[in-house]
Design a binder for this molecule. Structure first.
Ligand code: B16
Ligand code: MG
Length: 217
């Protein structure tokens, strides 16, 4: 392989699979319990954001505050519901093109890592039966700083044994795009260009990825 890119770093939720609706159901259940207004539009702000930051945002929507202990209790409640919903999760939740790109990486010898904020990444990968497609999994259990800090991507590159600039990041959240660009890493945004300023290219989903032209960039 002659390309300067040796490894692909994938965000999980919103790039490989669609967990957003399950996060939404669990946050909505908590919001209803607390009598805080919350809808799918408000849920957009939670994408790519850590669990405790989502908790702060939710309380903010209701002009509420809570001490740290109470916030952890409520966030744990939400997570228990979310994990319960994940029992329904299966390969049908893979986003278009995800499996094809992962298989192509294996064929071409491109290293792969998951670089996600989610502490539930191992459960999700196992439910999707795609664990074997990744050489490294960096998730919310291994990081101390949330995106837009680049920690998760730098750890991914390190675990794969490549330089960060030899990687391509695939990311659906603005904070993830900013994290990658702060280290001068090539970022493919997944979603709408207007939501992902700074990404090197933006495509609707991985089904629209042209690997040959990316590797020749
Ligand atoms: P958990 P990503 C993120 O995953 C989700 O987009 C975000 O909505 C969620 O709050 C965060 O993981 C934490 O997830 O509560 O499971 O630890 O997009 O970085 O793969
Ligand atoms: Mg994401």
């Amino acid at each position: 392989m002659l390309s300067k890119y040796k490894a692909f770093l994938f965000d999980l939720d919103g790039v490989i699979c669609d967990t957003a609706k399950y996060h939404y159901l669990a946050w909505k259940r908590l919001a209803d319990m607390l009598d805080i207004p919350f809808d799918e539009e408000a849920n957009e702000a939670f994408k790519g954001v850590s669990r405790m930051r989502c908790m702060e945002l939710l309380l903010g929507f209701g002009n509420r505050t809570a001490d740290q202990e109470e916030m952890v209790r409520l966030a744990n409640m939400k997570n228990d519901w979310y994990v319960e919903y994940l029992h329904e999760f299966n390969r049908s939740e893979l986003l278009p093109g995800a499996l094809d790109v992962l298989e192509e990486c294996r064929k071409r010898g491109i290293k792969t890592a998951i670089c996600s904020a989610s502490k539930n990444a191992p459960i999700i990968l196992s439910r999707l039966e795609i664990m074997d497609y990744f050489d490294a999994v960096i998730d919310g259990n291994k990081t101390t700083k949330a995106k837009p800090d680049p920690e998760v991507f730098l750890l991914g590159a390190k675990e794969l044994g490549v330089n960060p600039t030899e990687c391509v990041i695939f990311e659906d959240a603005l904070a993830g795009v900013q994290a990658g660009k702060s280290e001068n890493i090539y970022v493919v945004g997944i979603g709408k260009p207007e939501n992902l300023p700074g990404a090197d290219i933006v495509i609707d989903d991985l089904a629209h990825l042209d690997i040959d032209s990316l590797l020749n960039t």
